[in-house]
Ligand binder design. Structure first.
Ligand code: AN7
Length: 350
């Protein structure tokens, strides 16, 4: 059967107003890839799957919530959408707004957004404003301006973002036949973890698919939910999750507690190490933030803080490696140059 996108497939399970007018890029339906090599590297004895959300139309998981939020905004008669973003929300909002014929404005923290994300937002025609401040400053600003003017806010404070994002949990259950034992994922502004938990609970009530325990992972330099207080100057190489005051922090903590899971922090070194390992062992290249969930999992398993024997684990990889190519190339010396001669090539590679 032809695929018509998430609102078509799961719309009846999402709490969206009747005025909603679907705007879709055929997002979702992302693969759940078995990661045998990585599971073995972590010690083996369990099943590990990667939900590769970087394969969505704009290269990140944000497209799931954005199809819902922009569809609702269009149906309501909005003409302009706005968001604050560490990059992926910006690119997604810009793409869906373009498709809907809406104007999009995105606020990004100056100098802290990966090249592929900024380029995306510009390519899709967004008006991009850099804020001389953090993501959290930008989020406060868009909240204020959308209250004062008729501009639709499409950050995950917007409830329809959460509705659309729940579909990732539905897909995992549909593919596996039940919820996994553990779900691990990166946590920034905490919309995604909130949505997964809501989605799993809804599906369990409907289809008795069970509930996973949730392991949320923040970057150590931006870990307000681990520290128990906001972080005024968050710092991490995983720019996507460089967030000090998560809008849905309370709900993230609730998801961890209700699921008998937890929220932990991974260092930048652990995150970059996992990004490399995942690419080299599995052929799956994700952006740094997207490796945080797996980095946290590896640390917990390695320290025997998490019992994984015979368990089924799903790791959510939220964004594609192509979003942030600099992080890889800047650490490496540039590839060797040879003259166009066979003997020179032989000498270089054999
Ligand atoms: C790749 O784009 O907040 O905990 O403004 O881009 O739901 O915020 C991005 C977040 C994880 C964290 N992985 O998700 C934004 C933004 C990637 C991300 C997260 C983000 P949330």
């Amino acid at each position: 059967m032809a695929y018509h996108g998430l609102l078509h497939k799961y719309g009846s399970l999402l709490d969206l107003p009747t005025h909603t007018r679907p705007v879709s890029l055929l997002e979702g339906d992302t693969p759940l890839i078995p990661a045998l090599n990585l599971a073995r590297e972590m010690g083996g004895g369990f099943e590990l799957f990667i939900k590769f959300e970087g394969l969505n139309p704009t290269g990140s998981f944000k497209d799931r919530g954005m199809t819902a939020a922009v569809s609702e905004a269009l149906g309501r008669g909005a003409t302009t959408v706005i968001c604050a973003s560490t990059g992926n929300t910006a690119a997604s909002a810009a793409a869906y707004a373009a498709r809907a014929g809406l104007k999009s404005i995105v606020l990004i923290p100056q100098g802290k957004v990966a090249a592929g994300k900024l380029a995306g937002a510009l390519a899709y025609g967004a008006q991009v404003i850099q804020v001389d401040g953090s993501f959290d400053d930008a989020l406060s600003l868009v909240a204020l301006i959308s209250e004062k003017h008729s501009i639709c806010l499409v950050n995950s404070i917007n409830p329809y973002r959460i509705e659309g994002q729940k579909t990732a949990a539905f897909e995992i259950c549909d593919t596996l036949g039940s919820a996994p034992d553990w779900l691990c994922l990166p946590v920034g502004n905490a919309g995604n973890i909130t949505s997964y938990w809501a989605g799993f609970k809804q599906y369990d009530e409907l289809k008795s698919t069970g509930l996973p325990r949730v392991l949320g992972v923040q970057a150590a330099g931006a870990a307000p939910l681990v520290l128990g207080h906001p972080v005024d100057r968050p710092e991490t190489v995983a720019t996507a999750i460089c967030i000090g005051r998560p809008a849905r922090g309370e709900q993230a903590l609730q998801a961890a507690e209700e699921s008998r899971g937890r929220i932990i922090a991974a260092t930048d070194e652990q995150i970059l190490d996992m990004q490399r390992t995942l690419a080299r062992l599995e052929g799956i290249w994700v952006e740094p933030a997207s490796a945080a969930g797996l980095a946290g999992l590896a640390a917990e398993v390695g320290a025997a803080r998490l019992e994984v024997r015979a368990k089924r684990i799903v790791a959510v990889c939220t964004g594609h490696g192509l979003k942030d190519p600099d992080i890889v190339t800047r650490e490496m010396s540039s590839p060797k140059i040879v003259p166009p001669k066979l003997d020179a090539l032989e000498e270089a590679i054999l």
